[in-house]
Design a protein around this ligand. Sequence first.
Ligand SMILES: Nc1ncnc2c1ncn2[C@@H]1O[C@H](COP(=O)(O)OP(=O)(O)OP(=O)(O)O)[C@@H](O)[C@H]1O
Ligand SMILES: [Mg+2]
Length: 320
Amino acid sequence: MTATPLPQSIDETAQLLLAHDYVAERALSTTLFLALKLQRPLFLEGEPGTGKTEIAKTLAAMLGRPLIRLQCHEGLDLASAAYEWNYARQMLEIRLAEAAGEAGGAAGSRDTLARELFSDRFLTRRALLQAIDPAQPVPPVLLIDELDRADEPFEAFILEVLGDYQITIPEYGTVQAPVGRPPIVVLTSNRTREIHDAVKRRCLYHWVGFPDAMREAAILARRVPGAPQKLAAEVVAFVQRLRAVELYKLPGIAETIEWTRALMELNAIQLDPEIVNDTLGVLLKYQDDIAKVQASEAARVLEQIRAGAATPAPLSGVQP
Ligand SMILES: Nc1ncnc2c1ncn2[C@@H]1O[C@H](COP(=O)(O)OP(=O)(O)OP(=O)(O)O)[C@@H](O)[C@H]1O
Ligand SMILES: [Mg+2]
């Protein structure tokens, strides 16, 4: 795998993303460009299904880098995130050394054995250590996904990686990414809890919100290129307006894409109340939300779309 040179401007960053079907708002292209230039991790926080994970995948593809992904979860610890000593192999090595000693062979000193036990051979490298491994031919993209799902103390483990691209292993020493060639690090959070300032301070931050109608239409055109034009326009208008309704969980871009695909499977060429109500489960994932939209909102929103077809200005309350 050969790495592509980094983009040299914000425009070039945006164009590269677009060439890989990622439609970024200007602020994201800017933050990303700076993160690459300054070699700082990128911290993305935002609504579900709005392209946070996708940006890491796109970066890996557009820059010709391997993607190393660390999915965070409750109970995630250093052993599964960074490294662990292969205890079983170490034990076996001790037994072998003992046996060789009993047989009167060259057992070697205890010191040598101890040193040997904490050498490369017994070190199991997990995502964080792999990402900074100087042996990597191309610095990878490291995605630390959904950090808010990990327990708070876990955040302390990643500070050294984020700040200095290094990990100190007490029995082994410090492993550091080659100077000037650190991994590209992307962290994401759905903000189910606040991430510690110490993590944020080491990163460039960008909030990923819902897209405006124009960007959502552009994303849809990229991700579902075969969608009938009228259907795509109505889907975007519908979802945009739905996000102004008070719901427990608003649909993300992922849902817009999925809904369009579902409607196409049903050969829809435009929206009508029946097809909307029948397919709401693709868009909304909570029964209370579905019931609310089915009861009144779907028809009202559809009427608004029809009435506003000539003037497609978004409703107030929908972010610009
Ligand atoms: N800006 C964008 N340009 C193109 N496609 C996008 C964009 N944003 C989102 N998508 C599409 O939406 C899908 C979902 O995005 P992604 O999985 O990255 O969301 P997320 O923010 O990580 O969501 P979650 O918080 O649920 O993990 C992607 O697979 C991609 O197809
Ligand atoms: Mg994600």
